[in-house]
Design a protein around this ligand. Sequence first.
Ligand code: PEP
Ligand code: MG
Length: 875
Amino acid sequence: MRVFTFGKGQAEGDGSMVVTLGGKGAGLAAMSAMGVPVPPGFTVPPMGPEVIPQSAEALPDELVLEIDRGLAHIEAVTGFELGNPERPLPVSVRSGASVSMPGMMDTVLNVGMTEAVAAGLGQKPEQRRFAVDSHRRFLEMFSEVACGLDPGHLEDVRDEVLDLSGIEDVHQLEIEWIEALVAAYQRTLAEHGAAPPADARAQMDAALLGVYRSWNNPRAVRYREANGISADCGTAVTVQAMVFGNRGPASATGVAFTRDPNTGAPAIFGEYLPQAQGEDVVSGSYTPLALNGTPESLAVKAPALYAELEALGRTLERELGDVQDLEFTIDSGTLWMLQTRPAKRSARASVRTAVDMVAEGLIERPEAIRRIEAEHITRLLHPCVDVHTRRRVLARGLPASPGAVSGIAVFDPKEAVDRAAAGERVILVRVETSAEDMEAIRASIGVLTSRGGMTSHAALVARGLGRCAVTGCADIVVNERRGRFRLRAGNQVIDAGTWLTLDGSTGEVILGEVATSPAAPPPAYAHLMTWVDETRSLRVRANADNAEAVAQGFEYGADANGLVRTEHMFLEEARLSLVRELVLAPTMRARRGALERLLPVQREAFRELFDVGGPGVAAFRLLDLSLHNLMPTVDDDLRALAARFEVPFEQLAVRVRSFRAKNPALGHRGCRLGLTFPELYEVQVRALFEAALDTDHQGGIEILLPMVTSPVEVKRLRRRIEQMASRIAAEREAVVPTWRLGVMIESPRACLMAGALAREADFFVFGTNDLTMGTFCMQQDDAARYLPFYLEHRVLEADPFAEMDEGSVGELISLAVSRGRAERPDLVCGLTGAHSGNPRTVAWCHANGIDFVAVAPHLVPIARHAAAKAALEES
Ligand code: PEP
Ligand code: MG
């Protein structure tokens, strides 16, 4: 058991000892060792309840001896003595945990303020007011923290004295009134058995115990629970010689950031309050003055002190390598630093300061990359709900399409279109969306669904249209018919017409209209991303199926256009019905008719992608539609189709029923479609090669087969594609572009068969959505019925559809990569699915031999950055 002293250019601890000294103690040790003026003191490391029980009334003997040593150090450095009225040494007793918990624990200032010391401090007439004011503050803080007295008792006394004096603010009281207040405080404290000990050392020990206990005050407990901080570590306590910001006109206290925490601009930023103590600045009861930029500022009023503060800020940044958040006090014209810690800052300031600090030689590029978080990038590139805004979060879903919007909840698609046409801002709320909801999504500013993942219809369409979307929000139960949703927890009901705000970057569903911040990447962002690209080895592709999304992917820095999910080209009812007709066509003639209508539509869709995508390689995945989902759901549609085919309604209805699947995800889908409806893939392949020739595409083409489970599927479909390529080359008398055939590995069987698949396929792409469903035997769309229970009761640690389960899905992928590469050492392996833009999964991919991730366009910058961080982690 020991304490760590600091002051006068020395320190027993150092800045790295955050666990032992707490953030505050470590910062003070660091500052002291580098010669920054800090009042001398010592830090007592955190101690668990086995050393100091919650109910302890005295400190352990061993610790008392160490505290004696620490106190002797302060007395030696200052030449003052605790409790000595002639040479008084008041001390501060301050909390400071290893994890920042700002303002949650307690501090007692002016400890050692016995009657005699207060009198001694105020011997000189000009010090009288300061002495009695310090005594008042001591009684307030000590009684609450050390004695556990409800502060309301002293507040009542203070209000009475203020009423009598006719003054509103205690700082404006005449000295006699403050003396009267102190006397009244002492009477009240005596009545409640909370009078401070008459002995200064006993005061200090009691304050130490009180500050230790404040680790468990209700405020601190709530804060730890809300922020996932362990309750085990406890707080360190620092005892330090007092310096007084309230000693007179040449004294002040303040807080300063070494750079602007909002913009990152490289100038001191902060506030100060003349004739005050620390808690006055943070309490919010007084309006502090700016440090610079106004006539009242420190820079104008005390330029020499301001210059000293600036210089100290520069020293601290140079030594500690980061922007600092400082607390300082000016005691009779002398500047003292009381705290330094890395500054919390906005996304904008994070990027700007990281890049600026590289230019200034304070940090290296890798460190700049490490300092940025995915959330910073999101905040810069998309409008978000303002971090400082008070908000009532009703529910959380998947952050499916970024942006932040406020509008009224509307549950009926037609009503959404009408109200939007009338000029209202509409958020469409549905269980899930389908092709029929396109118009309503287009008319709305945001979409909220209770079901469906990051690649659900709502997510895809919203992203494609640039609408904000939160999907798979299992916290709510939507009743479309009644036009309302209920919160699973608490049962609150939200009716149509209620104002909501969606944050598509965090997945938050917020009650009411709240402030948002716009997208505005600073110039430094581009710099940082250049370094990111120089650092990473993992390639990043954008999954885009229409021209705008492809363009967006490249704008966001994608290396190539990743997965073109061709079924997404058929999200609109009109196009989808072309595929439906082909599958349901009862005669060869009807089938030919359907093919003739489908070909130009598909070819045009591919042409657009080639036009925007340029010569880069693009990967086209052939249709992965479940026939179950493709079938008409409304009798009217079926009747119209029967009429078109000139067959009886019943006959068509029977055929439609034959496509019904017990479990569509395991049904008639993926490349099974290509084998059982050969025309479907043939028309796609024809459209693809013809579009490439029409646009004079110069790059290669990758064709991907979805949901492959057998090498025979690949072998047969490759033969068909080869035949189609030769046929088109002959028809057009042209050379078709070179193409490679990849397989989507999306089932446990495909992973296990990877060796055989590698003999047939040119490359692999893992699809973690289907692979997660197959591995867990969970259907994502209805997992909301039991997953929340599993998460709440820790049966599972994380939602496997949000966090890739490395122990199972990850193991299967690793196995497949190694089996595949055993056959074909240069086998290229990519990974896509809802997990692929998650920084943790990106890091996993880097570490596990994956060559590229393919992500939604808006996640490209996050994946690039995560890939760079992963590369740095390795080196
Ligand atoms: C997957 O299953 O992970 C995948 C990429 O395919 P999709 O999401 O289109 O089913
Ligand atoms: Mg899939």
